[in-house]
Design a protein around this ligand. Sequence first.
Ligand code: ZN
Length: 337
Amino acid sequence: MTNALSKLLSERDWILADGATGTNLFNLGLEAGDAPEIWNITHPNNIRTLYSGAVGAGSDLFLTNTFGGNASRLKLHDAANQTHELNRVGAAIGRDIADASGRTVIVAGSVGPTGEIMAPMGSLTHEIAVEMFHEQAEGLKTGGADVLWVETISAPEEFRAASEAFAMADMPWCGTMSFDTAGRTMMGMTSKDMGKMVGKLAHQPLAFGANCGVGASDLLRTVLGIAEAASDATLIAKGNAGIPKFQDGHIHYDGTPELMGEYAVLARDCGATIIGGCCGTTPEHLAVMRAKLEATPKGTKPALDQIIAALGAFSSESDGTDGNGPVRAVRRGRRRS
Ligand SMILES: [Zn+2]
């Protein structure tokens, strides 16, 4: 137990993670289509503001601005050759902010999907995916990240490739998948499938769970499913602040700080230990989440209708864990025999 996150987990009943990266960077002037990671070098003060916002609101852990920092994604911005440097600097700025906070704050090196489809369905081989994640991991490690944190993953193959790369970098890690398609990941994985899949990995994560997806309600249903399949695991809940809506040409999340406070307390009751937000979650939300977690004792596991009553309806009736298959679109113009 030599790393900072394991130590913090052994001392605390819950840990507040951070909120959105994208939402908060757009509020600082990032334009749609820009690569946020390039700001680590061109706009370091904005990245300091991003990290400080979470730490100032009470986060015990924050993710670095390196979500799209793999060679495959950076290539789209002619920056693949800066992979190591963009990750190193993204983590190093985080290290400075965490060390200056006067308390234990974990710097989690964010690793997002490659954006490519892995074999056998797509063309990205396991070996190349591992190599891309490894390159990113080494940059984050050099910059001083405490742990690596793969997030918003849909394909189990990609999750496995990341875990292998993190073993090569000799780094502890956490990982979350995004369940955004009627309770499943885009590649069809259910919450229970994930719980079972992670249990078989050679390089075990310190914690795992779900991030992003649809709304806060759906995310908690997912956490309940993972908890059922992996009852001894340390679980992560990072849900969006409500549902995205287009407003004046911008994406706006309708979840209030109060709603996210309710969500945080319910996330802990569902079995999550590391609790944060995803898209739409600002420092204002985080401060209320922290206050609610501190003021409320842990309760019993909520029933699904308690989650609906507190946070709103689910996006789909089933999340696939009840044995019902994925909901398929009705085939039109083709008669079944
Ligand atoms: Zn998100």
